[in-house]
Design a protein around this ligand. Structure first.
Ligand SMILES: NC(=O)c1ccc[n+]([C@@H]2O[C@H](COP(=O)([O-])OP(=O)(O)OC[C@H]3O[C@@H](n4cnc5c(N)ncnc54)[C@H](OP(=O)(O)O)[C@@H]3O)[C@@H](O)[C@H]2O)c1
Length: 354
């Protein structure tokens, strides 16, 4: 199996390279700068791997760079501006495509723009194969099987420790700041809308007596969940303390002066809890709780496994949500040895654990 990594020399790209090398998968490093690709190959321990230079404004060069690969993992953010060119080239080269994007409007645009093209080419595109969207979407599917019919699903993210965001994540946040400030999309009665006020302003975490303040935040799960779950309302929230970190104005110069991303030691100290709260139309409730650590490390594991499964197991051609492309229980179980644990509690108090 051969997998091409676009944006291979970035912080996330190098973690993906190292993860691919652990699986003994043939790698093609792709990016817009040859010197930076060579340096990344050394850092990630993939010196013998093929390297190809292609910029996102040169479609033919990108197609040539991807040709011969079974799948492309795109780690080059911000995705809103450059991601569509990479998908278009991957489809033209006959490659499956996944990416590490956390940009909600980009994820929505991928479904709106590329579904037909990918289907006709016989390839599968799964956007947002990161620490949040894949496990969140898969767990939501399992929660939804226990509450029917569903009125609302609320996804909320809480992260502690870990040394903060990578430079690339901050660049993505700056490029999409308007959507972040507006709270992003809400799914309501069959369509996605921007500017809808949140139904929830606080969420009670497990084992914590006091509710935590939350604010709306554009997570990709709002785009993916309604594709496989019949639900009236989906919104996504984040700990208000995390959102406040983006109140400080960030210029490109400030971002350039920061470290590339959290150190390995910082990543080990990070903990995240993602909650999926579902309410049935009859008032029944269910909660999925997903816990893990090291968002960037687990994103590398998830993106590689997401691409690998598309190649080995196959999935329907087109643009798919994680739960449409992968068996939810199988993929979540695969993540358990990587520190991901999950439970589902239904209001009649029965609890499933992994
Ligand atoms: N849960 C999540 O939402 C989640 C988790 C993990 C990662 N991510 C996302 O993953 C992305 C990567 O993060 P990172 O920390 O690896 O960023 P990074 O270190 O800044 O790396 C970005 C990479 O993308 C390339 N790139 C940027 N703009 C490009 C363009 N216009 N054309 C071609 N290449 C371009 C860069 O190439 P040069 O070096 O040549 O500039 C570099 O290789 C971010 O968008 C981040 O938000 C999201």
């Amino acid at each position: 199996m051969k997998i091409a990594v676009y944006g291979a020399n970035g912080y996330q790209g190098k973690l993906v390279l190292a993860e691919l090398a652990r699986h003994d998968i043939d790698i093609v490093l792709v990016g817009r700068n040859g010197a930076r690709l060579r340096e990344a190959a050394t850092t990630a321990g993939t010196v013998g791997a093929e390297q190809r230079v292609a910029d996102t404004d040169d479609h033919d060069a990108l197609v040539a760079a991807f040709r011969g690969a079974d799948a492309v993992i795109n780690c080059a953010g911000p995705f809103t501006s450059s991601g569509p060119a990479v998908i278009s080239a991957a489809i033209a080269a006959g490659c499956h495509h996944v990416d590490t994007a956390g940009e909600q409007l980009y994820t929505k645009a991928v479904f709106d723009t590329f579904a037909g093209e990918a289907e006709r080419a016989g390839v599968t595109v799964v956007p947002s194969t990161n620490d949040g969207c894949v496990p969140g979407d898969l767990l939501a599917h399992l929660v939804a099987e226990r509450v029917q019919p569903i009125e609302e699903i609320t996804v909320s993210h809480f992260v502690t420790g870990g040394g903060g965001f990578s430079r690339g994540s901050l660049r993505s946040a700056v490029e999409t700041l308007d959507a972040i400030k507006a709270g992003g999309l809400t799914y309501d009665d069959g369509d996605w809308r921007i500017g809808t006020p949140a139904r929830h302003t606080s969420i009670t975490l497990p084992d914590t007596p006091q509710p935590a303040d939350v604010v709306k935040c554009p997570l990709s799960e709002v785009v993916t969940i309604p594709r496989h779950i019949a639900v009236r309302h989906v919104e996504s929230l984040v700990d208000a303390a995390i959102a406040a970190q983006l109140d400080t104005p960030l210029t490109p110069q400030i971002i350039d002066s920061l470290p590339e991303g959290p150190t390995e030691e910082d990543r080990r100290t990070q903990r995240f809890t993602y909650l999926i709260d579902a309410v049935g139309r009859d008032g029944q409730t269910a909660r999925g709780i997903l816990r893990g650590h090291d968002t960037y490390g687990i994103t590398a594991v998830i993106a590689v496994e997401a691409a690998r499964r598309l190649v080995v197991d196959g999935a329907k051609p087109g643009v798919l949500a994680p739960a449409q492309a992968y068996d939810p229980t199988s993929f979540l179980s695969f993540l358990a040895p990587h520190g991901i644990s999950w439970t589902i509690t239904v209001s009649d108090t029965s609890t499933l654990q992994q």
